[in-house]
Ligand binder design. Structure first.
Ligand SMILES: NC(=O)c1ccc[n+]([C@@H]2O[C@H](COP(=O)([O-])OP(=O)(O)OC[C@H]3O[C@@H](n4cnc5c(N)ncnc54)[C@H](O)[C@@H]3O)[C@@H](O)[C@H]2O)c1
Length: 265
């Protein structure tokens, strides 16, 4: 999509972090932006600060995405760019995880993306001037992140969906990108703030499993500003690039995995 000016972008998880930075970058580039988020206060604050439309949406609910698509169609005519970005960080060691841990993370990070695609793809495909989908995965969608199996599983799935979309959408005018960030300075480590009551664990034990010291050190050493991520996303949309990496220097575990796969093949 070479000219983004005047195009309509919908960003889930747009009230905070990477989604907020995307909203800011897209607005600065002349796009009309809608942010959708479950956190009402942050949503209101961000939409006011950035001067963009905010809609309260829980991406785990397909009916919320349907209603969002309807609102966007009525108020903006169509959607050109869909960023399936809402996500939560959650995990713990596999043998300690509860079904609630799994359900919460998979519901938001995987079903949230699926719901976004289901509700918005018809609109994007019908645009005479094309469209673009950006799915936010993670480096944890390419190589394992110990202590975060549900997160990793959800992000591998988002990469899989995105790679399939790229094949299916060739020649349709709808481009696809998959965003695979390393650590970014956002509110992801307080994701529990948005965890529904019914999916919280009965005891504090699982909730207390947070990043270990190695992880915190890695975050402090490598985390980048969300604005740098957003600028890469905008470039990928304009230049129709599939892979969006923010930390190419952290790709070694992925290369190692590929080398292992090459061995038996
Ligand atoms: N920050 C990182 O280091 C990092 C690294 C790799 C990938 N990511 C991915 O980036 C994306 C954005 O996360 P972030 O780092 O900006 O974190 P963040 O917490 O700052 O922002 C995430 C946003 O998603 C929203 N959200 C959570 N549950 C939701 C739901 N059910 N429905 C709608 N909105 C919901 C939150 O309210 C928040 O505004 C996520 O998909 C995350 O997995 C982040």
């Amino acid at each position: 999509m070479q000219d983004v000016r005047g195009k309509v972008a919908v960003i889930t998880g747009g009230a905070s972090g990477i989604g907020r930075a995307m909203a800011q970058a897209f607005s600065a580039a002349g796009m009309r932006v809608v942010i959708a988020d479950v956190e009402a206060t942050a949503l209101e604050q961000t939409s006011q600060e950035l001067g963009v439309r905010g809609v309260r949406v829980d991406v785990t609910k397909p009916e919320d995405l349907e209603a969002l698509a309807q609102t966007v169609r009525e108020e903006f005519g169509t959607c050109h760019v869909l960023c399936n970005n809402a996500g939560v960080g959650g995990g713990g060691l596999l043998h300690e995880l509860t079904m609630r841990d799994w359900k919460w993370v998979i519901d938001v990070n995987l079903w949230g993306v699926i719901h976004g695609l289901q509700s918005f793809l018809p609109m994007l495909l019908a645009n005479p001037d094309g469209g673009h989908v950006v799915n936010t995965a993670s480096m944890a969608g390419l190589s394992p992140l110990p202590g975060a199996a549900p997160y990793s599983a959800s992000k591998y799935a988002v990469v899989g969906i995105s790679e399939t979309m790229r094949e299916e959408f060739r020649g349709t005018g709808v481009g696809v990108s998959v965003l695979c960030p390393g650590f970014v300075k956002t509110n992801i480590f307080t994701s529990q703030r948005n965890r529904p009551q019914e999916l919280r664990n009965a005891t504090k034990k699982a909730a207390a499993r947070t990043a270990n010291e190695d992880m915190i050190r890695l975050v402090n050493e490598t985390a980048i500003d969300p604005a740098d991520v957003a600028s890469k996303v905008l470039t990928a949309i304009v230049q129709d690039e599939f892979w969006i990496f923010t930390h190419p220097d952290l790709l070694e575990p992925y290369r190692q995995r590929n080398r292992e796969l090459h061995g038996p093949c």
